[in-house]
Design a protein. Sequence first.
Length: 293
Amino acid sequence: MKPTVIFGFDMETDIGSWTPFYKGLQKGTPRILSVLDKHKITATFFFVGDAAGQYPKIVKMADRAGHEVGCHTLYHETIGDELFSIPGIKPMLPEECFHRIEVAAKMVNKVLGKRTTSFRAPRLWGSTAMLNALEELGFTADASYPLYFYEKRLAPYHPSRKDWTKEGNMKILEIPNFADMTIKSKDEYGRDRDQWPLFRTKGATALMKHIDNMLAFYERKKLPPVFCFYMHPWEFYEMPKGLIHFGEGAVMPDPFIVKNCGKLAVRELDKFITLLKKRGVEFCSCRDLTRKF
Ligand SMILES: [Zn+2]
């Protein structure tokens, strides 16, 4: 199998859960689309229901450009099992999953004029309850599995109803997110093996070293090389540095979170695609991949 790459853009507020603004969604999305168009490649754009409702034009822009529109919860609430603790961020209860995803999908579908069938959980915090809800709601792909954390599933798989991290007989396809499993992790959760946000903080060439490591690793293991990435529109628009004031106070994200957001990230994305193409990879959306597995 030819190496396959999926780009998933998580269409949410600026700096993920840290602000209520949609500057990146409005201004960063056209920049992403023009890079993808230049290279004639297809991606998946996972919209938060709230973002779709507030900016239908952006949803239609991605759809008309031939990309897949997926869903990324209602308000970027964390929905699955907590992987590590973050102040003020606790996942919802398993029994709340179904209704949340149902409402979020309805909002995306209404704007899109057709049914969305691919999903990604904020922060890649997935769960068995989430997968069961997705299956029941007719989703056919989920791109939430964080390889850096669970370390086990190296290729797309159909999960078990009892444990979403294990293989089973669900119809939905689970797509693991790329991590370099050939390097020794110095982080207690293995986060330094994850791809994000290397293309932006260290650059495309640095990220390619990890891709090459894994291409060799997959060849040795005789596994189908399917590499899924997550990025965000706010990374492609200049983000404020330092304290960001709103509501009843201010937040200050860690410097790496906003480092090189804007034009530099756009250039690195362009370079990243060029380098991937040199390795002979094929690009597709999550929906496209479900036809192969
Ligand atoms: Zn997100």
